[in-house]
Design a protein around this ligand. Structure first.
Ligand code: COA
Length: 180
């Protein structure tokens, strides 16, 4: 990812990730069982070093990683990544609002919508997708709120709390935005 401009929306500013965002706060999100309940990160041990490595892993790639910060006080409250396949013009977006007291305020929806617009308009991509466990009702709701429609399902692909659960994919094409 090349350093770019921040993306501003009503409640948040998406700032291109750099090492200044690596903090014990971020590590704390990844150690919070509620935050990682639907994520593969629940299987990993996280440290400042692992967060630093994740941040660095996007440098020099066609993919993007932003810190989600509050428009008011600049507080870092989460991250959003877009893993880009340049050949197919497709990106897979993953979002985490790490500060649980910020859930339910529309921050993830704003971030996903802004990233979709940026990927379509500034990077010329054709399609943006999100994959999530179906049981992650908040994430499913975010995908639908930004206009995505179901785009595939991996039946019983992952095991959560001892139970096999479906992974569902949602997607939005560039030309579909007017419909949402
Ligand atoms: C999933 C997540 C990104 C949502 O972030 P958020 O900022 O709270 O999302 P928003 O406020 O934009 O929207 C959440 C929507 O889900 C709804 N919702 C929340 N919990 C829900 C539930 N259990 N069932 C149904 N809907 C639910 C909210 O009411 C809201 O919809 P509304 O605006 O129509 O009322 C956030 O909870 C998070 O980061 N979780 C941990 C990481 C994670 O799971 N990331 C996704 C990995 S695939």
């Amino acid at each position: 990812m090349t350093a770019g401009d921040a993306i501003n929306t009503r409640q948040i500013v998406l700032r291109p990730m750099d090492q200044s965002f690596v903090s014990t706060t971020w590590v704390g999100w990844l150690r919070d069982p509620e935050v990682v309940a639907f994520s593969r990160q629940r299987h990993r041990e996280h440290t400042l070093e692992s967060c630093a490595a994740y941040a660095a892993s996007y440098e020099g790639t066609p993919s993007y990683l932003w810190a989600i910060t509050l428009a008011g006080d600049g507080r870092h409250v989460g991250n959003i990544a877009a893993d880009v396949d340049e050949h197919d013009g497709v990106a897979n977006v993953a979002v985490m609002i790490g500060e649980r007291e910020c859930w339910g305020r529309g921050l993830a929806s704003e971030a996903v919508r802004a990233v979709c617009d940026w990927l379509f308009d500034r990077r010329g991509l054709r399609k943006v997708e999100i994959g999530t466990m179906e049981a992650n009702r908040a994430m499913v709701r975010v995908a639908r709120k930004v206009g995505m429609v179901e785009d595939g399902r991996r039946r019983e692909q992952v095991v959560r709390r001892g139970q096999p659960v479906d992974l569902v994919y949602f997607a939005l094409f560039r030309g579909e935005r007017g419909l949402r």
